[in-house]
Design a protein around this ligand. Structure first.
Ligand code: P6P
Length: 334
């Protein structure tokens, strides 16, 4: 079944499991088309005029790259006219973007980080778009923050598009995790991985080790045991990778296993963590769990968290199930 187009996959899902209706199928197709446009802008690098800082900041207090702003606009413009959405929320916007009055509204909410890892853009390292789809609750318009504050278990779909040597869309509709690679000649995404499975064990971990002095004891214990290698309690050697682009690190894990940690640390305590729950941790957790992996904060399943703020942050530990369970056990032991 490899090589089928994204469109054919979506039609087959709609036909076989009534998993998705026409509106959700349109939503995914529109997001995929927007990712193609973003891939072209990212791929231009210094040849386009989109590198460097935009001179503005987002609600996170982070300097926005020109491509952050451009990617956000591409996703807004692609999605506001189709009649499938009630509202959109983005890392780059303080509050939700309502559907303009001249367009019909639909029943879905789209949340996204339009260009995650954008600090890597200027040095030509892989970056990506992350998105999550929720239903708009009865009685809400989709323009209010509250409409989006739903636990990750209510997600209807989630995905990311990694802009690397190839452009790959990884998607779940709650029926497995599947990969579609952009065929640049045809201009369409074609299936290159169906029902991906993350190995339960791994020898590869992913963490920004420069934060070691700020970590909580369970994380220090977990990482030190891996660094002790064969001679240590784990009895095997480990390898470390840190791209500092969540989409690239997660894609490696979805592809060959591994464990990714951006844990709580003392310098982030007042913020709640580094990564954002609604449009980074939750969609990645859905994708990972649908591929047989696990995703916790160290203390609870990420997708069970009841959100209180649109841009709230959480600690993230995700990937190979047995490793995530080990770290989570270490937290429980204190
Ligand atoms: P650090 C990118 O800015 C990001 O949000 C994630 O994509 C990435 O995993 C993390 O931050 C990198 O953080 O502290 O290593 O720069």
């Amino acid at each position: 079944m490899n090589g089928i187009s994204l469109t054919r996959y979506l039609i087959e899902e709609q036909r076989s499991k009534a998993q998705i209706g026409a509106d959700l199928r349109l939503l995914i197709e529109v997001v995929a088309r927007a990712c193609k446009t973003i891939a072209i802008a990212v791929g231009k690098g210094g040849l386009g005029d989109a590198l460097g800082d935009a001179g503005t900041g987002n609600i996170q207090g982070e300097a926005q790259k020109k491509l952050d702003v451009l990617s956000n606009e591409i996703l807004l413009e692609a999605n506001e006219w189709g009649g499938h959405l009630a509202g959109l929320a983005s890392e780059e916007m303080d509050h939700p973007h309502p559907i303009p009055g001249q367009y019909p509204k639909g029943g879905y909410l789209l949340l996204f980080d339009p260009l995650d890892g954008s600090s890597n853009i200027d040095v030509n390292v892989s970056v990506g778009t992350i998105f999550s789809v929720l239903r708009c609750p009865e009685g809400m318009t989709g323009a209010e923050d509250e409409a989006f504050l739903q636990p990750g278990t209510t997600q209807v779909a989630a995905g990311y598009c990694v802009y690397g040597p190839s452009t790959i869309l990884v998607l779940t509709l709650g029926n497995g995790t599947h990969a579609f690679t952009l065929d640049r000649e045809l201009g369409s995404f074609r299936m290159t991985g169906r029902d991906l499975q993350i190995p339960a064990d791994t020898k590869e971990f992913s963490i920004n080790a420069s934060n070691a002095r700020f970590w909580e004891a369970p994380v220090k214990r977990y990482v030190n045991e891996m660094l002790d290698g064969k001679e240590g309690p784990r009895g095997k050697d480990f390898n470390m990778r840190w791209v500092a682009s969540m989409v690239a690190d997660v894609h490696r894990i979805v592809t060959r296993g591994g464990v990714f940690l951006y844990p709580m640390d003392s310098k982030l305590k007042d913020k709640g963590g580094k990564l954002r729950l609604m449009y980074e941790a939750n969609p990645m957790a859905f994708i990972i769990e649908q591929a047989g992996g696990a995703a916790t904060t160290g203390r609870e399943r990420i997708m069970d968290i009841r959100p209180t703020k649109l841009h709230q942050r959480v600690p993230v530990i995700l990937g190979s199930k047995n490793e995530v369970e080990r770290v989570t056990e270490y937290h429980a032991e204190g």
